[in-house]
Structure formats: structure tokens, C-alpha cells
Design a protein around this ligand. Structure first.
Ligand code: PHE
Length: 353
């Protein structure tokens, strides 16, 4: 065979393939492929004959042969792709059948609430800190101005862990998020504005508004010349961000060893209107029980002993702190009446939120 014969054969294979492709249906495609491109296909055999040509000719003819091989393969692929769609319509697949539902997960309402609260405080320039759940007596109580055996410790019934810290005291499950305040003040330099949310534990009987494990958000500021006025402004701005611009806050005196003065902070009832709203609508409200106010936080100006314990001079530095139960906020935001619902993880409830 000479060069011209070889080229002729190549052209014939191309013609044969194209007319075959024009006639065949989807089922005939595989056969067409075998006939031309298979191990014993005519194009394969023709390419094999190149070995008898001198090297220079072999290069030229080889390039032509391979180009045709690629062309045929591409044409076959194109037809197969088209044939697939046609086949699917004829096949047993019912393309109109509805798919299986694929439920999307979502964040837990407590996580959503924490994120909302963090958002509110971040807008006010607060950063976020974290601390351990298993805590030392020093951080949970002592540095917060609860002396050993002081009756104020009874306010927080504590779970102890069967392990000791470096000073030989039993480790405990933190009863509040306030130890994060101490850890942050000791590890970073003021001015500080920090919030920290997380799980806390108290040995309490479980009912609709109590659980042995719940969540708190703690916030504090340490700077120069900080007063109760800064605390009030901050909490009011935060509550208005969360509950709307008509929300008001009210302070009443309270005791926590780590603040002086200390206060309970209430927000005007978001369900029956503000605390200053018409008495008529307040009387029937099950959430604020007719008072117009909902107690949400403990707060105060940081006690000088706490500032000293963290290594600062309370003459130069002052601050405020506040702590809130996150479940209380979530109950208000999502209209949940029983906090046990947060822990049962019943999808019928979670899906409504
Ligand atoms: N840690 C207090 C508690 O759990 C709340 C609180 C925090 C009160 C900060 C005042 C200041 O009860």
C-alpha cells in the first residue's frame, strides 16, 4: 500500500462512519463504534498498517489517522449524550414524580438567641470571650469576692467534680459565666469590653423555668471612670436593639458579691406594651403577670475587691458587669413557655421556630 491508497482508505472509513451514524438509532451506536474504533475496527487496523511506512510518511499519515479517530469519537459522544435524554423519556423513570423531601437542619433556638445577643453587643464594641465549663473555686467564687464559707455561695448550689485544682480545692462545674470575666481581666489589658455566653450548672430541681444546666451571657467593661450611667446606657441600647426601640429598662437594688451597687434589671414587657403602657392591657398579660416588667439580668458596678483580685488598682480602673439567663431571652423571643422544650429537641417544636 502506498500513501495515496492509505489516504483513500481513510476517506472511505470516514464516509462509511458518517452514513452509518446518519442511519443508526441509539441501539446501533455501540456497534458502529466497534466497527470503526474497536480493537478490530477498520480505523484501528488501518492505523496499524502505518508500521510499514518510512518514518517521515508515518508521521504525516499518523496525524491524519489520529485526527479522524478523535473526530469519530467526538461524534459518537455527541450522539450518545442526545440519545441518553431520548432514552430516559421512554424508560421506566417517571420524570414527573415528586422527589424525596430532604429536610434542612437549622440552628437551635438557644444558638440563635446567643448569636442575636452577641450581634447586639458587638455593635456596641464588645468582643467575645470563652472560658472552661469545669472551673476552679478561685475563678468561680473567690476572685469574685465570695470568701470561703460565705453564705452568698448558697445562692448558687454547686456541683463539685471529683478532681482537685493545683491548690488542692475540688474543681466544680461553673455556676455562672462570671469566671470568664476574671479570666479575661487577668489575661488582657484594659480597656476591655467583653461578652461571653455558655453553659452553666446548678444543683436545682428541674421545672418549667429551672434546669440543672442552662445558659448565661455575661458582659463586662473595665476602663477609666466607668459608672452606673454607662451600664444603664449600654443595657438600654442593647435591649432596644433586641426588642425594638420602645423597650425600656428598670433597675432595682439587688445583691451579688462581685458588684457594688448591684441591681436586677427588668425590660418593659414586649407582649402587653411597655412597662409604662396602659394598665388595662397589662393586667391580663401572662408573661409579665400584670407588672409590665420582665426581670432579665443581674448587673452592677464591679466591686473594688474583684478589680484588685485581677491585679488592677480600683482607684485607676472601674467597670460594670451584667449576667443574663439566655433561656429567658429565648423564651421571650420565640414565645416558648417551658424551658424544658429547649433540651428535649422535639423536632415538632423546633420546626415551628
Ligand atoms: N453571675 C450572676 C448570676 O449568675 C449574674 C450577674 C453577673 C450579676 C454580673 C451581676 C453582674 O447570678
Amino acid at each position: 500500500m502506498n500513501q495515496a491508497d492509505w489516504k483513500n482508505k481513510l476517506a472511505l472509513i470516514r464516509d462509511g462512519f458518517l452514513s452509518g451514524l446518519a442511519k443508526t438509532d441509539a441501539a446501533g451506536l455501540a456497534e458502529l463504534e466497534t466497527r470503526h474504533l474497536g480493537r478490530k475496527g477498520d480505523l484501528t487496523l488501518l492505523l496499524r498498517e502505518l508500521k510499514d511506512f518510512p518514518i517521515e510518511e508515518r508521521k504525516v499519515l499518523g496525524a491524519l489517522g489520529n485526527a479522524l479517530k478523535e473526530e469519530l469519537a467526538a461524534k459518537l459522544d455527541e450522539r450518545k449524550a442526545g440519545a441518553g435524554a431520548v432514552d430516559l423519556k421512554k424508560s421506566q423513570f417517571d420524570l414527573t414524580m415528586a422527589g424525596y423531601p430532604f429536610p434542612k437542619g437549622s440552628l437551635h433556638p438557644l444558638t440563635l438567641t446567643i448569636n442575636k445577643m452577641y450581634d447586639g453587643f458587638q455593635k456596641l464594641g464588645f468582643t467575645i470571650a470563652e472560658g472552661p465549663l469545669i472551673e476552679e473555686d478561685y475563678f468561680n467564687f473567690e476572685a469574685l469576692n465570695f470568701p470561703p464559707d460565705h453564705p452568698a455561695r448558697d445562692m448558687q448550689d454547686t456541683f463539685y467534680v471529683d478532681l482537685k485544682d493545683a491548690s488542692g480545692k475540688d474543681l466544680l462545674l461553673r455556676t455562672h459565666t462570671s469566671p470568664v470575666q476574671i479570666r479575661t481581666m487577668k489575661s488582657l489589658r484594659p480597656p476591655l469590653r467583653t461578652v461571653s455566653a455558655g453553659r452553666v450548672f446548678r444543683s436545682e430541681a428541674v421545672d418549667a423555668s429551672h434546669s440543672f444546666a442552662f445558659h448565661q451571657l455575661e458582659g463586662f467593661c473595665l476602663d477609666r471612670n466607668i459608672t452606673m450611667a454607662d451600664l444603664k446606657w449600654t443595657l438600654e441600647a442593647f435591649m432596644q436593639d433586641l426588642f425594638g426601640s420602645s423597650a425600656k429598662i428598670a433597675f432595682s437594688p439587688s445583691f451579688f458579691p462581685f458588684v457594688e451597687p448591684g441591681a436586677q434589671v427588668a425590660v418593659s414587657c414586649v407582649f402587653c406594651g411597655s412597662g409604662a403602657g396602659p394598665e388595662q392591657s397589662r393586667r391580663a398579660c401572662p408573661v409579665c403577670k400584670g407588672t409590665g416588667w420582665i426581670e432579665l439580668l443581674g448587673a452592677g458596678v464591679i466591686h473594688p475587691n474583684v478589680i484588685k483580685a485581677c491585679g488592677y488598682d480600683p482607684i485607676d480602673w472601674s467597670g460594670f458587669a451584667f449576667g443574663a439567663g439566655i433561656e429567658r431571652f429565648a423564651m421571650l423571643l420565640y414565645g416558648i413557655k417551658d424551658m424544658r422544650m429547649f433540651y428535649e429537641n422535639d423536632l415538632r417544636i423546633l420546626k415551628q421556630l
